[in-house]
Design a binder for this molecule. Structure first.
Ligand SMILES: Nc1ncnc2c1ncn2[C@@H]1O[C@H](COP(=O)(O)OP(=O)(O)OP(=O)(O)O)[C@@H](O)[C@H]1O
Ligand SMILES: [Mg+2]
Length: 357
């Protein structure tokens, strides 16, 4: 079947514009017409700055894309028109032809693309857990110590059969104790101290530890960008992030053909708004891909929420901690999953940009 581009253009669910050299709206699809409440014909006489404003994020992104003759993505920026409440969107601008005369402008309301901003949206949930965890952990420790102590006393005079039960009580109280440790660790709210971090060193440390332990059955491969600049990070926290993701990957793989791939790259076009007019650049990209069974469909939207787990002995705190740490770094984390291929992508800011503040 020959694709009918007109039809594809009309069917695109997001507002899309084609801009000519003067940044005038040469074409607009129907979602775009709805967004700006003008017909494509009327739009033809309008430029980006006249429509969205001279100093708007969109005009700025278009200018930047022109300047670097490449494509640019801005995450979670507010897009407003004169009489419209601003809506939060991801904005993509990229050249349509080789000499970059025409640009394609895509505006994606984040309701549709929340995937990218999970590490931000999930902070609210994470914060409520932090508050609750401190209280719960404190309240649970004493009774737990009491139960465990009582089981030990009972065990002293118990016969073989009963001792099995007291051992069970002790094992289970230990398990709850470990969970409390993890919740407390999660609630640890010390500020992140940033330094220059070589991501590859940290990834290597995570792989070494994993290979020596829980991931001994898995073949690791790396595709590092050797020129990757340092990240602004806390090496110990980032190690924890990579370990949590690698542990999940290892747990999703059964059998002997397990593979985990670590890839790093530099992607200068990724930015997102951090309040006011400031945007954060997160060009350092780390992808961790496994060939395991994939994230169950029912969980995919919630994996970064606390206590979401598909494992009988999982606490569901691994990924919320990942999300919390990456947010603390001013970065982003997202995941993409299908059976046989699950990728977690982390984006971090540069150490250099930290120095420039
Ligand atoms: N690489 C992966 N492949 C398949 N499923 C995954 C993967 N990573 C995460 N998941 C799913 O997401 C859920 C949440 O992960 P998370 O690390 O937060 O908790 P957990 O692994 O269940 O428990 P914990 O890490 O606290 O021991 C997992 O239970 C699993 O269902
Ligand atoms: Mg986990």
């Amino acid at each position: 079947m020959i694709p009918d581009y007109e039809q594809i253009w009309a069917t695109l669910p997001f507002p899309a514009f084609v801009l000519n050299t003067d940044n005038q709206m040469r074409h607009a699809n129907s979602a775009a017409e709805q967004l700006v409440k003008l017909s494509a014909k009327h739009l033809q006489t309008r430029s980006v700055s006249s429509l969205f404003g001279e100093n708007s994020v969109i005009a700025d992104t278009v200018a930047q894309a022109r300047a670097k003759s490449g494509s640019l993505m801005q995450y979670n920026v507010d897009v407003g028109l004169n009489d419209m409440d601003p809506i939060t969107c991801n904005v993509h601008v990229g050249p349509l032809d080789a000499d970059a005369d025409s640009l394609l402008l895509l505006i994606q309301p984040t309701g549709v693309a929340q995937k990218m901003s999970r590490s931000i949206t999930h902070m609210a949930a994470a914060r409520s857990v932090v508050a609750m965890s401190a209280m719960l952990a404190h309240e649970l420790r004493n009774p737990l110590a009491g139960i465990s102590g009582a089981a030990q006393l009972l065990a002293m005079n118990a016969n073989e059969e009963d001792r099995e039960l007291t051992e069970l009580i002790e094992a289970e109280t230990r398990r709850i104790g470990n969970l409390i440790d993890r919740v407390e660790h999660f609630g640890d709210d010390r500020p992140t101290t940033l330094a220059a971090v070589n991501i590859h060193d940290v990834l290597d440390r995570a792989v070494r530890a994993a290979s020596a332990g829980f991931a001994s059955h898995i073949a690791f491969s790396v595709a590092y960008d050797p020129s990757l600049p340092d990240a602004a990070g806390d090496a110990d926290q980032l190690l924890q992030v990579f370990q949590n993701i690698i542990k999940n990957a290892a747990e999703a793989i059964d059998g002997t053909h397990g593979k985990i791939k670590l890839r790093t790259s530099y992607n200068s076009g990724v930015k997102f708004a951090v309040g006011g007019n400031r945007t954060q650049n997160v060009p350092l990209q780390i992808e961790i891909t496994d060939n395991g069974k994939g994230i169950p469909d029912a969980l995919i939207a919630e994996v970064f929420d606390p206590f979401v787990t598909s494992k009988s002995n999982g606490s569901g705190l691994g990924l919320p901690l990942v999300s919390k740490i990456i947010s603390g770094h001013g970065g982003l984390v997202e995941c993409d999953s299908a059976p046989g291929r699950t990728t977690f992508t982390i984006r971090l800011p540069l150490w250099r940009s930290q120095m420039e503040r």
